[in-house]
Design a protein around this ligand. Sequence first.
Ligand code: FEH
Ligand code: ZN
Ligand code: ZN
Length: 359
Amino acid sequence: MTTVGLTRPGTVTMRALRLTTWGEPPTPTRIERPVPHGDEVLVRTEAVGLCHSDLHVVDKGAGTLPYRLPFTLGHEVAGQVAVLGPEADGVTVGERVVLYGPWGCGTCDRCAAGMDNYCDRRHTLTWHGAGLGRDGGMAEYVLVPSARYLVPIGDLPADQAAPLTDAGLTSYHAVAGLRSVLGKGATTVVIGVGGLGHLAVQILRATTPSRVLAVDIREEALTLAYRCGAHFGALLRADTGHELRAQSGGVGPDAVLDFAGTTESLELAASVLRPGGALTLVGSGGGHLTVRKPGALPQGFRLSLPFWGTRPELAEVIALARSGAIRVETEQFPLSTALDVFERLRQGRVRGRAVLVPD
Ligand code: FEH
Ligand code: ZN
Ligand code: ZN
């Protein structure tokens, strides 16, 4: 059932999936189609990915997120430039684009460098970006504050492009932070081969000389890992650490990318890492790891918790995809079935990344 937001008679409207009440499911709504002003750009949505963060916003956002309701969900967006604001430049009407999703303050040093994901004023903002406190792409159109948040995609299919803006960019940014330890002969473990992990395997193979070992709790995920270029796959069990050490020359992996983020995955990572190795925690599994000296962590242990990615990196991810070096495993669904797809994602019944297509 679609509710109709307050719209003036004669205005052009559009369908949007909006979060209107904390703790309640998002509501299919008809609202006014935005008109771009200044350097804003209106994009017609072609595809929008569904992320576990969308579940977090809907299921646990009350009292934990600074967002102001209502807003339209959807932070993994691909589409076509529909209308330019009078001062907008850098893109043309009809151009196919993706949205760089993390929108910061727009004026601090980090935002000016295209690093809105690490905006210096993040703590003052009531949003994280498109679909995260600001109107996003689970709608027929999405209004983007500036063309600087748009990256051209050429003829890349929308269902491939949309997930690259978050799942792809987050994985790419995480790998980029490991460049210093991933030289010739290095080994990397990827824990969790899901919507992000399967892209991380491909990005590691495409951009580093590293040997790639995959770990997951599901056999089908290991099959996907091998298809994505992993050299070895192991189920997460009591003896996984021995297998990983054996597969990394007996010295242990130089890096671990943890897309699960559970206590079990963190402890496995810390137990196998090579001295001087790096653990990158991406998954929001809520697990914990004790960091103490003296303690059990390897000498020279490094930990990072990267968040999303930068606008220049998004252009690099799109270029990798357009070259054929990476490919997203997706399941496509009509946008009108979004609430069912939210439920499928909650129940772990989505293979790869779920992508919603306006119908
Ligand atoms: C977005 C906003 C807040 C937390 C996490 C996220 C991720 O989905 C972005 O990749
Ligand atoms: Zn996300
Ligand atoms: Zn900023």
